[in-house]
Design a protein around this ligand. Structure first.
Ligand code: NAD
Length: 355
């Protein structure tokens, strides 16, 4: 099989973890007889420095011409004071919008060797295996009108939370389809006691559930869900929620696993899907060979499984990750006494050796 991949390392540790991800992909290609062709593309701070904008048209064109996109992370203190439209993070919003990536899939699964790395008690996190399906192109992050303006002698900031039935329908479908292949439970998270958008969300999700009689649907308010994720995360199989709630809850879910450096994600919906670690560019450890590459390597596994239907190859990566963890190899973020500290490159090499 030959596949074209647009590779966007971005900024900070994005560059290091993407290099690690590509080394694993190369090993998979060699072992299973596939050719992966890469086209490097710029986005984020590096694109601002090079082309003056966070998401050059050339990058979008390269993504559209590829079979999948692998992204590292964007952002950093250098560009923090930039005006809104010239911030690196605009590249992410642009990629999601332009590629039609309305569904963000974030698995949070505890590796048994890492149960001790979570800040929560072992019996709370042991066995957690959930997926947050976050709506990615609507809601508060995209709604208009938005802005900061002068009213009655003082500045006011405002944003609009807006969802159409069709936007809710397609993300709900995405969640039910995922749940159907798992433990068959969807928990839809909203704030229907306060927000009209949530009342519509709840009604539409309930309607879609009728097409999936084998899947059990429950509803939960977002504040309760934040609490339940910490109190009893094992109750969840698939959580589906709107953009901002999902942004926050998926980071909380991430910490169940011990480190944000472990978590992969897929953004799907359009013709080309995008795969990226959940974490950001981590300027505090960038360029020091300290970043955990597992989130990106696991994102590569998701790419093989979802975009290329290469399940065997994805399994090989996931098993290799479990093997290195069982062998006690750890980057700094998941290091505990009695384990062996390794750098980004060494962790990737060990995973490659076990494939
Ligand atoms: P972050 O995820 O970059 O870092 C948070 C903390 O987690 C830091 O202490 C960091 O060292 C640690 N960390 C993150 N990834 C790690 C890894 N792979 N291995 C080990 N430790 C890791 O979040 P932040 O500090 O809030 O943001 C830093 C920059 O990244 C900002 O400019 C932000 O806008 C951007 N950001 C980008 C994305 C993205 O590109 N998808 C996502 C979130 C934040």
């Amino acid at each position: 099989m030959t596949k074209k991949i647009a590779v966007i390392p971005g900024d900070g540790i994005g560059i290091e973890v993407v290099a690690a991800g590509l080394s694993v992909l190369q090993k998979i290609g060699k072992k299973f007889g596939h050719t992966f062709e890469y086209t490097k593309a710029l986005a984020g701070g590096i694109a601002l420095d090079t082309a003056g904008i966070p998401l050059p048209g050339e990058t979008l064109a390269k993504c559209r011409e590829s079979d999948a996109v692998l992204l590292g992370a964007v952002g950093g203190p250098k560009w923090d004071m930039n005006p809104q439209h010239l911030r690196p993070e605009q590249a992410l919003l642009g990629l999601r919008k332009e590629l039609g990536l309305y569904s963000n899939i974030r698995p949070a699964k505890i590796y048994s060797a890492l149960v001790g790395a979570s800040t929560l008690k072992k019996d709370v996190v042991d066995g957690v295996d959930l997926i947050v399906v976050r709506e990615l192109t609507g809601g508060l992050y995209f709604g208009t009108p938005r802005g900061i303006e002068e009213r009655d002698g003082e500045k006011v900031g405002f944003n609009t939370m807006i969802y159409s039935e069709s936007e809710i329908r397609r993300i709900a479908r995405s969640a039910f389809e995922i749940a159907r292949a798992r433990r068959k439970k969807v928990c839809s998270v909203d704030k229907a006691n306060i927000l009209e958008t949530s009342q519509l969300w709840r009604a539409v999700v309930t309607g879609i559930a009728k097409d999936f009689p084998e899947v059990e649907l429950s509803h939960m308010y977002v504040d309760n869900c934040a609490m339940q994720l910490i109190r009893n995360p094992k109750q969840f199989d698939v959580i589906v929620t709107e953009n901002m709630f999902g942004d926050i809850l998926s980071d909380a879910a991430a910490m169940l696993t011990g480190s944000i450096g472990m978590l992969a994600s897929a953004s799907v919906g359009g013709t080309v899907a995008m795969y990226e670690p959940v974490h950001g560019s981590a300027p505090d450890i960038a360029g020091q060979n300290k970043a955990n590459p597992i989130a990106t390597i696991a994102s590569v596994a998701m790419m093989l499984r979802f975009s290329f239907s290469l399940g065997k190859e994805a399994d090989a990566i996931e098993t290799a990750i479990e093997d290195v963890l069982r062998a006690g190899l750890r980057t700094g973020d998941i290091f505990t006494e009695g384990t062996t500290l390794v750098g980004t490159r060494e962790m990737a090499d060990h995973i490659c050796q076990r494939i």
